[in-house]
Write a protein that binds this ligand. Sequence first.
Ligand SMILES: [Zn+2]
Ligand SMILES: [Zn+2]
Length: 156
Amino acid sequence: MTHQEYYIQAVKRFNGFLESKRLRKTPERFAILRQVWQMKAHFGIDELHAALENVGYHVSRATAYNTVDLLVECGVLRRHTFVSGEAQYEAAREGHLHLICTRCGAITEVSTPPPMAHMLDDDLYGSFRPAYLLAYVYGLCGECAAKPEPQVRPKK
Ligand SMILES: [Zn+2]
Ligand SMILES: [Zn+2]
């Protein structure tokens, strides 16, 4: 599916989700969802809020936080905690995993290798229905691996 097709699906899903929770379908909530699809792969809430301001859409920080929580709960947005403590978000799309450099924090996405894709097979966990898998592989990116270890100065 393309990014746009995922977006159309996300709008439908969010609609149904809000209805099932008897929550109001405010224009703000859908504007935030639209903006999520314009963001780079991984972003923080502050970046999302700033991007909304940039396109002239004013929502309170509380609304941004609250809507992002709903989008995560609804399953169209994924929440990550990579190296720093601040949560990063990304629009739900094809399965992929994240290679995270523990030295410089660089994040590279690769598509989920087949054995991992099978971890979502329906018959694996009894009555539990798996929906998605978040995977992180920690190590050193090519650039950092090529550099010598940073020297720790002995304390005098
Ligand atoms: Zn690195
Ligand atoms: Zn990602």
